[in-house]
Design a protein around this ligand. Structure first.
Ligand code: SF4
Ligand code: SF4
Length: 127
């Protein structure tokens, strides 16, 4: 008993002073999914690799422009995502990343939609 008291007197606290001292995440922690649209080539590998259908790729007419542009749409439903990391492994361009910090709690169901206007339709003119 006395030994335990003396040992505890000379050792530091075993608890962290949260939130001033934050815990380090373990290597390989799987937190929120981050998408880097500037690297995406819309190859569709992430959509095919996702076991829950949380990622969907689509196209739509860009209604804000009048030059036959098509926007690429990438939908991500965090409520379907099980954070397995398959899409991160499948992406050949490093456009998806699992961050170490957890996703913030959601108050309503929101599906994120990224619009990437990188496909311009050339108008065909009959000669
Ligand atoms: S696998 Fe990567 S590059 Fe291909 S569509 Fe998904 S995010 Fe884009
Ligand atoms: S982490 Fe898994 S479940 Fe979530 S979007 Fe990627 S492949 Fe789908």
């Amino acid at each position: 008993m006395l030994g335990v008291v003396l040992r505890n007197l000379f050792t530091g606290p075993v608890t962290r002073r949260y939130p001033f001292e934050r815990r380090q995440y373990f290597d390989g922690s799987r937190g929120k999914l981050l998408f880097h649209p500037e690297y995406c080539e819309f190859c569709g590998e992430c959509e095919r690799a996702c076991p829950t259908g949380a990622i969907e790729l689509d196209t739509a007419w860009d209604t804000r422009r009048q030059d036959y542009s098509i926007v690429w749409l990438r939908r991500y439903d965090p409520f379907k995502c099980i954070f397995c990391g398959n899409c991160v492994e499948a992406c050949p361009y490093g456009a998806i990343e699992l961050a170490e910090e957890p996703a913030a709690p959601g108050y309503r169901k929101e599906i994120s939609v990224d619009e990437i206007p990188n496909w311009q339709w050339t108008e065909w003119v009959a000669s």
